[in-house]
Design a protein around this ligand. Sequence first.
Ligand code: DCM
Length: 131
Amino acid sequence: MNETVVVAGAVCDRGRLLAARRSAPPELAGRWELPGGKVEPGESPQQALVRELREELGIETEPLRRIAGEWPLRPGLVLHAWTARLLDGEPRPLQDHDELRWLAPEEADEVDWLPQDRPAVAEAMRILGAL
Ligand code: DCM
């Protein structure tokens, strides 16, 4: 059975983590996530993450490390997360999102994260706080 991976980016810059508020679909709108999307056939997870962050936010990023763990989304779809460094650009919500925030570790709980993203957010903030 082939599982499709959704790769999400814990994009870090100057000690802060990028959070994105979804505008679609209706059942997810208003909740916050680590931005990303599906890995396409023939793509590595890192290539998919770089592409999705460019398409959705207009930024150039460098994937760093996979965050341990995987979180089921629905049958056949599983969420992975990677830390990533902002290389270039100021993120803007070009697709799928209507608001962005850079959060310091102590601000992690200020937004309503999608439940499946919470373990990866906690680990990304732990890494950021330790830097
Ligand atoms: N998704 C998620 N958490 C993320 C990114 C995506 O739960 N950090 C989910 C939302 C969708 C699916 O993955 O059900 C595909 O995402 P997208 O619509 O962004 O391609």
